[in-house]
Ligand binder design. Structure first.
Ligand code: NAD
Length: 492
């Protein structure tokens, strides 16, 4: 651990010294009005760096830089764009350790998971790079006296707004397809976790990305974020964050008729029937709520268990939860690190208090954890004896807190699973294949895994229904968002 901390300090030294500047048109720039803010580490609550706090003026400069770079970038042959984006992926792999260590200290996510996050980011670039040459291909449709050619063209400069939970991976997930499609971008990362976004734009430019194709403006949602969603040169907003922020962005973008793509919150059920492989189901349920500190949109935060096995199964989960290692994010054994920020820690602890006052029982955790550095640690928590009306069963807590609810039969399980405002993911455990088909057909979620935790396959669609999102990423779906479909009819 001490060795890792020393290495992290080496990587953080430049941020401590120079701070985090915006990157506009390939140039490092302070905020136009000179504003800054401090970003702190959730490990010890001490400042890591002074960050440029961009506002509408900085967004305007960045949008103009993205607009100026658009024509050449959009005109670049797909094969050339493919090669360049593979170079970006290579450069990410080359700096994977730096990215992982910086991300751990900036977000509190553990090295166990962040070590792979950089590689997953590189994979995102490779996946969309390989599809760049064909992104514009369409089809031809014949009619009497007419041949129609349908193609796609990049929509223009786009805004990408990302949250703090796994900022590096999520930024690559949104930005790689935009670039592969031929769009230029302005990225506004989350204010709590600005460091890896800064590494990412540098890496891309060092790998050969032309100036102005990718612009970075740090700042707060209510000024920089809002200005980005309102800017007339920005044609679309790819947003990942809370559902209520999505509503605000929709309102803010209405005046300029912004195209929006939303990946929002979740209150995802894991449904366990008595006929399931219970040991595997328990491991998966534990993994899906406590990995990534529970700060994960796809986390299974409601555990719905068939009555006959409820007591045994929740005891098994409680036992596994209490054995989870909570600690310094750079300790290779740590699973749960400190939560992102004291403000968020307070929210999670408040929900634990709410759960108690609603009458649910704490079967594991249930308190702040006294971890190294005195940061925002919360013990992996399991509530039992809960019902679906409780706030801990309805509202997104976004921390290591699981709410277990019993059900009597399939019908009740489905009713409980669907009785929330969200619909991002669902996890179903049963050995009855017919039931799995029937149940998943009626489960209101954009993505469902049967007898599995969340394992992503990049060509499949990613996104939610109800208040969990609008639109899909992955495969060709990302290109549909970042491109316009155009039809040309030729008389014959
Ligand atoms: P958030 O909505 O508070 O912030 C996300 C981003 O939006 C930040 O960059 C913020 O500065 C910006 N923002 C805030 N107000 C804005 C405004 N008025 N206009 C423009 N931008 C604004 O979310 P968060 O707390 O950073 O992240 C946690 C949330 O993200 C959770 O709800 C989680 O479920 C969700 N999330 C969803 C997915 C998914 O794929 N569905 C993935 C990860 C996180």
């Amino acid at each position: 651990l001490q060795e890792n901390i020393a290495r992290a300090e080496d990587y953080l030294a430049r941020f401590r010294k120079q701070g985090v500047l915006n990157r506009i048109g390939g140039e490092d720039t302070a905020a136009a009005d000179g504003s800054t803010y401090e970003t702190i580490s959730p490990v010890d609550l001490k400042p890591i760096a002074t960050v440029a706090r961009g506002n509408a003026q900085d967004i305007d400069r960045a949008a103009k830089a993205a607009k100026a770079a658009f024509a050449d970038w959009a005109a670049m042959p797909g094969q050339a764009r493919r090669k360049l984006l593979h170079n970006v992926a290579d450069a990410i792999v080359h700096r994977a350790e730096e990215i992982a260590f910086v991300e751990c200290m900036d977000t509190g996510q553990s090295l166990k998971f962040m070590a792979k996050a950089a590689l997953r980011g590189a994979e995102n670039f490779r996946f969309f790079a390989d599809r760049a040459p064909e992104a514009r291909d369409g089809k031809s449709l014949r009619a009497d006296g007419q041949v129609n050619l349908t193609t796609r063209v990049p929509i223009g400069p786009v805004g990408v707004i990302t949250p703090w939970n796994t900022p590096f991976m999520l930024s690559t997930w949104k930005i790689a397809p935009a670039l592969a499609a031929g769009c230029t971008i302005v990225h506004k990362p989350a204010e709590f976790s600005p460091l890896s976004a800064r590494l990412l734009v540098e890496i891309a430019e060092e790998a050969g990305l032309p100036k102005g194709v990718w612009n970075l403006v740090n700042g707060f949602g209510e000024d920089a974020g809002k200005a980005l969603t309102e800017h007339p040169l920005i044609k679309a907003i790819g947003f990942v964050g809370e559902s209520r922020t999505g509503s605000m962005i929709m309102r803010q973008g209405a005046e300029t008729l912004k195209r929006v793509h939303f990946e929002l919150g979740g209150k995802n059920p894991v449904v366990v029937f008595a006929d399931a492989d219970l040991e595997r189901a328990a491991d998966a349920a534990v993994f899906m709520i406590y990995s990534l500190n529970g700060e994960r949109c796809t986390s299974s935060s409601r555990l719905l268990v068939e009555k006959g096995i409820y007591d045994d199964f929740t005891s098994l989960v409680a036992e596994k939860a209490s054995r989870i290692k909570v600690g310094h994010p750079l300790d290779p054994e740590t699973v749960v690190g400190p939560l992102i920020h004291p403000v968020h820690e307070k929210k999670v602890l408040e929900y634990i208090a709410i759960g108690r006052s609603e009458g649910a029982k704490i079967a594991a955790g249930g308190a702040k954890f006294d971890g190294p550095g005195g940061g925002c640690y919360v013990s992996p928590t399991l509530f039992t004896g809960a019902n679906n009306k409780m706030r801990i069963a309805q509202e997104e807590i976004f921390g290591p807190v699981l709410t277990a609810i019993p059900f009597k039969d399939e019908e009740e399980a489905l009713a409980l699973a669907n009785d929330v405002q969200y619909g991002l993911t669902g996890y179903l455990w049963t050995s009855d294949v017919t039931r799995a088909f029937r149940f998943s057909d009626h489960l209101e979620a954009g993505m469902i895994w049967v007898n599995s935790e969340n394992i992503r396959h990049l060509p499949t669609p990613f996104g939610g229904v109800k208040n969990s999102g609008i639109g899909r990423d992955g495969g060709d779906w990302s290109f549909d968002f970042y491109m316009e479909t155009k039809n040309v009819a030729f008389a014959t």
